[in-house]
Design a protein around this ligand. Structure first.
Ligand code: ADP
Ligand code: MG
Length: 326
């Protein structure tokens, strides 16, 4: 097991929505090591972004603890907290919204460099900005530095977001739907770029996506965590999760995954759900939240008891059907 960089221990986050308290994230425990890639997947609204924001320190947990390099974030002294805030960076979902349209690419990259005193003189800052653009394959950098975000393509804007995150030399990047907004042809380039940072800079990644096909591609040498209505229901090495999904919900996600060969896709057995409706967080089913839809539903225990994430056959699964074991 590599040295843990980020550890979540029974982390929950509630929000008040109208008069209800909803649990956007419910009792999630997870540890991500140095140089590791973990992908969080699940349908929209299952708590992925909330988890990512808590890890990046942009949102406080309502319960549980998050540790950075074995130190609880909420107990850190100032210097350690600063190190953590710079060490974990989030690349946002939508580079259209997160890049200030009135700033040039140079301004966008120079601001954190200067603010955190990574560079001092203007010439220094410009040289570092060039270096960072080169690192994200925007070459020659001088072609881009004085442009505005609207003059770039979606993929180039996403690269600028990544370069901006790299200004503070992070050891951990949370990439939230970072490649969902761009064309398929550009995605592969971006994914390869992030993988290269892992290999060359030893960076760790939490990659968040609603698309299991992307998770499979990106986390192939890492792990995938599947979330359902705020809870982690399965966590396993990507290859195992794809080859032998254990949780019935993971099996449903996989059965909907297109294969390279359309014939194989057509012949894939489709899993029948008992219900197509995704329950609301305001009226969460009792017991296992997936039970009203689950094709493997076995009655009482599923309706009454919340299944804990338990070690089972090299993975961790939260399902009453799964026999625990190494
Ligand atoms: N600031 C907030 N206030 C109220 N509800 C929120 C807030 N942020 C997220 N939520 C709710 O929490 C749930 C999980 O959201 P989110 O983490 O964004 O899911 P995902 O990224 O998986 O789509 C959703 O029901 C969402 O509406
Ligand atoms: Mg999200």
């Amino acid at each position: 097991m590599p040295t843990p960089i980020i550890t979540l221990k029974h982390v929950s986050r509630t929000f008040r929505v109208k008069r209800h308290l909803i649990k956007a994230v419910d009792d999630v425990s997870l540890s991500i090591g140095e140089g590791e890639i973990v992908c969080l997947v699940g349908e929209s609204g299952c708590g992925k972004t909330t988890t990512g924001k808590m890890i990046a320190g942009l949102l406080a947990p309502s319960a549980g603890t998050i540790e950075f390099c074995d130190q609880a974030i909420n107990q850190m002294a100032r210097a350690a907290f600063r190190k953590y805030r710079l060490g974990v960076q989030m690349v946002h979902q939508d580079p259209y919204a997160s890049l200030n349209p009135t700033q040039t690419i140079y301004d966008i990259i120079a601001a954190p460099l200067r603010h955190h005193k990574f560079t001092r003189a203007g010439a220094d800052t410009r040289a570092r900005a060039r270096e960072l653009l080169t690192l994200v394959d925007m070459t020659p950098p001088d072609d881009f530095l004085d442009k505005f975000p609207h003059q770039l393509s979606g993929g180039q804007r996403q690269r600028v977001s990544i370069a901006r995150a790299l200004t503070v030399n992070p050891s951990f990047i949370v990439a939230d739907e970072a490649v969902s907004m761009v064309d398929v042809s550009i995605r592969i380039g971006l994914l390869n770029l992030l993988t290269r940072f892992r290999d060359q800079l030893g960076m760790s990644f939490l990659f968040i996506t609603h698309d299991l096909a992307l998770a499979k591609f990106f986390a192939w040498e890492g792990r995938i965590g599947v979330m359902y209505l705020g809870r982690l229901v399965e966590l396993a090495p990507a290859r195992d999760l794809i080859a032998r999904p254990q949780h019935p919900y993971t099996q449903v996600l996989l059965s909907a995954l297109p294969e390279a060969d359309p014939q194989v896709t057509r012949n894939k057995p489709r899993i029948e759900l008992r219900s197509m409706d995704v329950p609301s967080l305001m009226r969460l089913p009792t017991g296992c939240a997936f039970h009203p839809r689950c094709s493997k539903f076995i009655g009482n225990v599923c309706e009454r008891v919340v299944p804990e994430l338990t070690a089972a056959h090299g993975a961790h699964v939260a399902c009453h059907l799964i026999k625990p074991g190494p």
